[in-house]
Design a protein around this ligand. Structure first.
Ligand SMILES: [Zn+2]
Ligand SMILES: [Zn+2]
Length: 166
């Protein structure tokens, strides 16, 4: 992985690569963080995926429905980078990541009161149900939910009821 990081940082001077505790792209600081402890080749694939976000200049805080397209685009870019580096990214892994992401976004949009699928509000921080008018907050949209096995643990963190708070 360090070899590939060296190649990437040599090729893309406007992006900074830093070791971290997970994989993500920070558009504000133009940094790609990567986790050295993840097994290979999955770690390398994630590194290339985050680099894809970076090279495509993706920003966070976009509407949820747009994020799926950005995820797909970042994987396409990752595959192009991979072929330049003679690395093969497993297509099942890519589809699994995108499915997990789609599930996560879908779960955010389901009304906690009545189960209706709802629309994200213009401020992107909350959803409102047009059936029962419940509103709920969501954490800012983030790129890259990659692992199905952690889906349920994450679920508890990203939906907050507003109704019970005031
Ligand atoms: Zn509802
Ligand atoms: Zn991503």
């Amino acid at each position: 992985m360090d070899d590939i990081v060296n190649i990437l940082s040599g090729s893309y001077k406007t992006v900074t690569f830093r070791p971290g505790d997970r994989f993500y792209w920070s558009p504000e600081t133009r940094e790609v963080f990567y986790d050295r402890s993840v097994q290979q080749p999955q770690g390398l694939w994630s590194l290339l995926h985050e680099t894809g976000h970076a090279l495509l200049e993706h920003k966070s805080y976009q509407a949820d429905y747009e994020l799926i397209r950005l995820e797909v685009d970042a994987w396409e870019k990752a595959k192009a980078l991979a072929s330049d580096l003679a690395v093969t990214i497993d297509e099942d892994h890519v589809q699994d990541c995108i499915d997990t992401y789609r599930d996560w976004l879908y779960a955010r949009s389901i009304c906690p009161r009545c189960g209706n699928k709802s629309l994200q509000q213009a401020n992107l921080a909350q959803y409102q149900c047009f059936n029962c008018h419940e509103t709920w907050k969501v954490t800012p949209s983030r790129f890259c939910r990659t692992y199905r096995s952690t889906k349920h643990a994450q679920k508890a963190n990203f939906v907050f009821r507003l109704a019970d708070e005031s």
